[in-house]
Design a protein around this ligand. Structure first.
Ligand code: 9D3
Length: 271
């Protein structure tokens, strides 16, 4: 049974970006998921199809009215039930939500479907959130113009976890963040680009050495760029093998810096 995304949004066309391109486009063609949009405007009460109104208490901007959203959510849930989707939740993409991360993506991908509520304007009438929303999720501490892009980030991440969405060579379990480390660096042809060679070990054909080097790069780069991830993965400190790899990485970093300093000195002398 395909996973079902039911998206309540004033801007349904934005979701073509997910359904019509790339990995998520292919997954749609293969019926790994359904994505349906529900426009609150179609559930508005008056002939102007009004879905927003001024905030009680005053202040700038407009607030999305509860009733059109309520009816759209109800219809989305009825449709899910008809399709045999019972393990489902209503998620409101909101700056007030808990941050989206890999664990949340995994948890959502184990449901049968979700109703995703996208806000525009200043926000949604609080009573609708209290009555209908199971969970609020944010994608980070910065302002975007509405919930749609956040919903698409969530949808893309969830689709990657659905069985069959990724090819044989890719796999969700290989994704960085599954093992709490950053990825090793990637290189392709040419072997020298603007004077920079590809690391020698990658041309050696020695797969054991390559695998060791890549793990070392993963650990080293995580130590350099995201020490918080390393502390989370190894709260009691690094195991012996990883510690050795990291110490060796630090050494090689020093040499690389010295090396760069020498090159810089030579360049200066040439001028
Ligand atoms: C200028 C409006 N802001 C007042 C300080 C409040 C505000 C309202 C609506 C801020 C953002 C939005 C629209 N954003 C979302 O709906 C949203 C969001 C985000 O802005 N950042 C991170 N995750 C998300 S999820 C939904």
């Amino acid at each position: 049974m395909p996973f079902e995304f039911d998206v309540v949004t004033l801007l349904p066309k934005m979701f073509d970006a997910v359904t019509q391109h790339g990995i998520t486009g292919r997954a749609r063609e293969n019926n790994l998921y359904y994505l349906r949009t529900w426009n609150p405007r179609d559930y508005a009460a008056n002939r102007y199809r009004t879905v927003d109104d001024a905030p009680y208490g005053g202040g700038p901007g407009m607030v999305m009215m509860a009733e059109p959203l309520d009816r759209a959510i109800t219809d989305a849930k009825i449709q899910q039930t008809r399709n045999g989707i019972n393990r489902t939740r209503v998620i409101y993409l909101s700056p007030q939500g808990g941050r989206l991360n890999h664990e949340k993506v995994l948890r959502i991908s184990k449901l049968h479907g979700v109703v995703l509520l996208c806000g525009r304007y200043e926000g949604i009438d609080e009573r609708l959130i209290e009555n209908r929303v199971d969970e609020e999720i944010s994608i980070g501490d910065y302002v975007i113009s509405g919930g749609e892009l956040a919903a698409m980030a969530l949808i893309d991440a969830v689709i990657r976890q659905l069985p069959g969405a990724l090819g044989d060579t890719q796999s969700a379990s290989q994704d960085s963040h599954v093992n709490h480390l950053l990825e090793y660096p990637h290189y392709t042809r040419p072997d020298i680009y603007k004077g920079k060679p590809v690391p020698e070990v990658l041309l050696s054909g020695n797969h054991e050495k390559i695998e060791r080097w890549r793990l070392q790069q993963s650990i080293g780069r995580t130590w350099l760029k995201r020490p918080d991830l390393l502390a989370e993965k190894y709260p009691e400190g690094l195991p012996d093998k990883e510690k050795e790899l990291l110490e060796e990485f630090k050494q090689s970093q020093c040499l690389a810096i010295t090396d760069q300093a020498k090159t810089d000195t030579i360049k200066e002398q040439e001028q």
